[in-house]
Ligand binder design. Structure first.
Ligand SMILES: NC(=O)c1ccc[n+]([C@@H]2O[C@H](COP(=O)([O-])OP(=O)(O)OC[C@H]3O[C@@H](n4cnc5c(N)ncnc54)[C@H](OP(=O)(O)O)[C@@H]3O)[C@@H](O)[C@H]2O)c1
Length: 269
């Protein structure tokens, strides 16, 4: 039975991906800090904090002792921190980068030697449409997902000769993500307050009306079953696909004016 390690497996898209892989016949080892009580054959939950080297080492030890080396690593752990770029404290930026970017890179470093030894393996990392374009008051998240994109493309080229494939998943808005992972920066300058709240309302509305997370989990599982995974899997509504295309086509000034208007932040004070 093929073995997949899935981070962020206690909630949202990570949990749905773990379930879909399990249903497709994988032995899944799901890692997160809060362990899901969900029991099903083929799905084992282990404690994992991707910001903590000791926790990662314990996860790897336990997972390999039980099922051997992973055939796939799925990096889904992630957090969002809504705030103005000017207002993010350095520690807040570090926290978002630590989970979304460094946490993913730590897991890659932990899994790769085991994969290289066998000359095969698959690494799937959750980026976002925000890995390709920025949205207002999601500067920390956007920066972390751009880092994920750059790192993953470089990784893809480096590990291909070792028989290892890399796929970047770029979800648009999906339902089911939990509020506790959508914090706000501790400080908000008075000048940004109203705009931040309008943008936050649009973010919440779009996620609530987002796509089905179970469907995305199944798409990832199907891609993992292919002999050759696509390097990118973008799962988004047509309007978000269009936004990515327009981002590359339009002058940045015009594109950001349009997107800022959508989020209710373009008005001059
Ligand atoms: N939902 C969307 O619309 C959307 C869109 C684009 C991209 N994404 C990406 O998809 C992924 C899942 O997001 P989601 O919104 O579906 O789920 P979510 O409900 O926000 O869940 C976040 C997951 O990350 C885990 N996590 C957070 N900090 C962690 C840490 N230090 N160590 C280990 N795990 C940690 C959480 O587990 P514990 O707290 O139990 O550790 C939880 O399982 C993220 O990478 C996100 O950026 C989501």
């Amino acid at each position: 039975m093929a073995v997949a390690w899935v981070t962020g497996a206690s909630s949202g898209l990570g949990l749905h991906t773990a379930r879909a892989l399990c249903a497709a016949g994988w032995q899944v080892v799901g890692g997160a800090r809060s362990l899901s009580a969900e029991e099903q054959p083929g799905l084992l939950h282990l404690p994992l904090d991707v910001t903590d080297d000791g926790s990662i080492a314990a996860f790897v030890r336990e997972a390999t002792a039980r099922y051997g080396a992973p055939d796939a690593l799925v990096n889904a752990a992630g957090v969002l921190l809504i705030g103005a770029c000017e207002d993010y404290a350095a520690q807040e930026l570090q926290r978002v980068m630590d989970v979304n970017f460094l946490g993913m890179a730590r897991m890659v470093r932990a899994a790769l030697p085991l994969m290289k030894e066998r000359g095969r393996g698959r690494i799937v990392t959750f980026s976002s449409v925000n890995g390709l374009l920025a949205t207002p008051f999601q500067g920390a998240y956007t920066a972390s997902k751009h880092a994920v994109e750059g790192y993953s493309e470089a990784l893809l080229m480096e590990v291909r000769p070792h028989g290892i494939q890399v796929m970047i998943v770029e979800p648009g808005d999906h339902r089911g993500g939990q509020e506790k992972y959508r914090g706000r920066s501790a400080h908000c300058s008075a000048g940004y307050l109203a705009a931040r709240d309008r943008a936050a309302a649009v973010i919440a509305r779009d996620e609530a009306a987002g796509s089905d997370p179970a469907r995305l989990g199944n798409r990832v599982a199907r891609a993992l079953a292919r002999r050759r995974m696509p390097a990118r899997l973008r799962v988004a509504k047509p309007s978000q696909h269009m936004a990515v295309i327009l981002h590359d086509l339009l002058p940045t000034g015009l594109f950001t004016l349009l997107l800022g208007t959508y989020y209710g932040v373009s008005r001059r004070k």
